[in-house]
Design a protein around this ligand. Structure first.
Ligand code: NAD
Length: 421
């Protein structure tokens, strides 16, 4: 039985493989499809020696997992996190393949990471590590091959160092090799806010299905970084009331509502939402049990365990994070009738706007922000509608997550077959 807030015993790669196996079975496809999709095409693991500010050299381990590229180049973020390992990166690359298939962007799935604690590193050390990571990975990257982006603890600045290193090695500018860059080096307006904003669109569509309006709906979030803060901002712009937010440092709760812009400013200044004035303290476990309409997990994997799912009162969960809900929790939420908008749909806004960034880089022609916003909303809404209809057509008892895997695997299986794989 799962217990506790973060169940480190759950191996996300096992979870991803079980999800594929289950969907292949439900679709009645042959075992070959499972065999082809259960592991990445390639996993690169590299030692990354970095000179620290005190002159010492520390060796970090870097990863790049390339899962499947039948629909287009591998695509997926790079995270910096202390305990990241090969299995986590493999699982995340699998989910990227399915995310891109559902969003109908012409990419496959990839993911990268460096096992490090960025909070303890200076900007110069981070820059040296980012550049070294690219030097090690350059043989497997390329704007037509594999295109990284930001993820946990990485941002536009890290992408700028990485794209610069790549272009220096190639001796020409190829900005399409990395997305999520600053605007001055081929970035796309709206990319930084895209995942959070896209999450709002997906949740708004789910709320409509449930007969709930976002205006006045009460919302809690776990995680207040790029995805969480932008989702909170977008939700509050729709009139939702953010009543609780936690992050790795702690959490805050105010049933009357929290002013999101002030919380963003406070969090930037202090590094955490903890201690934001006018709120009660709340921890990362209790946040999920609050009386609210919508829960947005926007931090890390395996946060909604079975023990936590038992206490959930919300009717909708929008998964901004990748893999925040464990399979056992999923089962409980299904029985409780909670509508879980799965990560591979709910957080696809980043992948969608990354696609827009890549198209613009390839054409060296840049679109206005209004166009990006319009296209993002349209793509997420289309993906939600396709998937929701597909879910309803499958059976009454299927969850949106199960349907999402089936829908994506069908697309991939068809493409692999027609390509003769
Ligand atoms: P981030 O580093 O900007 O923010 C992460 C947030 O989660 C921070 O508030 C941090 O304090 C909190 N957090 C970290 N570990 C925690 C823990 N154990 N308990 C509670 N809070 C914790 O990262 P991000 O880019 O916002 O990514 C968040 C999630 O969204 C990840 O799962 C990531 O894979 C996923 N995601 C990100 C993007 C993107 O475009 N950035 C796209 C799709 C999915």
């Amino acid at each position: 039985m799962e217990t506790g807030i973060s169940n480190n015993k759950i191996n996300t790669y096992d979870v991803a493989r079980q999800q594929i196996e289950h969907a292949v079975e439900q679709l009645g496809l042959s075992d070959d499809v499972y065999e082809r999709l259960k592991a990445p095409d390639r996993l690169v693991e590299a030692a990354i020696p970095v000179e620290m500010d005190n002159g010492e050299v520390r060796v970090f381990i870097g990863y790049r997992s390339q899962h499947n590229n039948v629909l287009g180049p591998y695509k997926g973020g790079i995270r910096f996190a202390p305990n990241v390992n090969a299995d986590e990166v493999k699982a995340l690359s699998i989910w990227m393949t399915f995310k891109c298939a559902i969003a109908r962007v012409p990419f496959g799935g990839g993911k990268g990471a460096v096992a490090c604690n960025p909070g303890e590193m200076s900007p110069k050390e981070l820059e040296r590590m980012s550049r070294k990571y690219i030097r090690k990975m350059v043989p497997v990257l390329g704007s037509k091959v594999d295109i990284p982006a930001p993820d946990l603890n990485t941002n536009a600045q890290v992408m700028a160092w990485m794209v610069d290193e790549y272009c220096n090695i190639q001796q020409y500018n190829d900005f399409g090799v990395i997305t999520g860059k600053p605007l001055d080096v081929g970035g796309c307006v709206g990319r930084e806010t895209a995942t959070g904003r896209g999450l709002m669109y997906a949740v708004r569509a789910a709320a409509k299905v449930k007969g709930l309006a976002l205006a006045g709906a009460t919302v809690v979030l776990q995680g207040f970084g790029n995805v969480g803060s932008n989702a909170a901002r977008s939700m509050s712009q729709q009139g939702s009331k953010i009543i609780g937010v936690t992050d790795i440092g702690g959490g805050v709760y105010n049933p009357k509502g929290i002013d999101v812009e002030s919380l963003i400013t406070y969090c930037r200044a202090t590094g955490s939402v903890k201690g934001f004035p006018g709120c009660e303290a709340i921890d990362n476990k209790d946040i999920f049990a609050l009386d609210c309409d919508i829960i947005l997990p926007t931090a890390v994997e395996n946060q909604i365990t079975a023990a936590i799912a038992e206490h959930i009162k919300a009717g909708i969960i929008g998964e901004g994070a990748n893999g925040p809900t464990t399979p056992a929790a999923d089962q409980i939420l299904k029985e409780k009738g909670v509508l879980v908008v799965p990560d591979i749909l709910a957080n696809s806004g980043g992948a969608i706007v990354s696609y827009f960034e890549w198209v613009q880089n390839n054409y060296s022609f840049y679109w206005p922000e209004a166009e990006i916003e319009k296209q993002l909303e349209q793509k997420i809404m289309e993906a939600f509608e396709h998937l929701y209809t597909y879910t309803c057509n499958c059976s009454d008892t299927i969850t949106m997550r199960e349907a999402a895997f089936m829908y994506a695997i069908k697309r991939l299986a068809d493409a692999m077959k027609i390509r003769g794989w």
